[in-house]
Design a protein around this ligand. Sequence first.
Ligand SMILES: [Zn+2]
Ligand SMILES: [Zn+2]
Length: 100
Amino acid sequence: MRNPGGVGTIMDPDVDQPVQECDSFTCGHCQYVVWVRPTANPADVGGLCKQCMALICPGCVGRMVCVTWEQMLEMQEAKGRTFRSIEETLGHALNEPSLV
Ligand SMILES: [Zn+2]
Ligand SMILES: [Zn+2]
């Protein structure tokens, strides 16, 4: 597994502390970076794809299909599409961190 996880520091406007450490993981399908609050419900922040055994983001969990990043790039290249169309397929911007 690439990018099995990481720890980052973010600003959180909801708490008094100006800085809060959060775990993050990169979606194995779309490379979306998901930030996870320590108190977040694991079921709300994504899941594990049973086919490629990668952690995936909530959007990919909802699609119920296993399409890895490499497969997606190959499909897009075959069609001569751009990253923008990948974003439209995913329904969200690429590599734009989100706090769950
Ligand atoms: Zn994803
Ligand atoms: Zn998968």
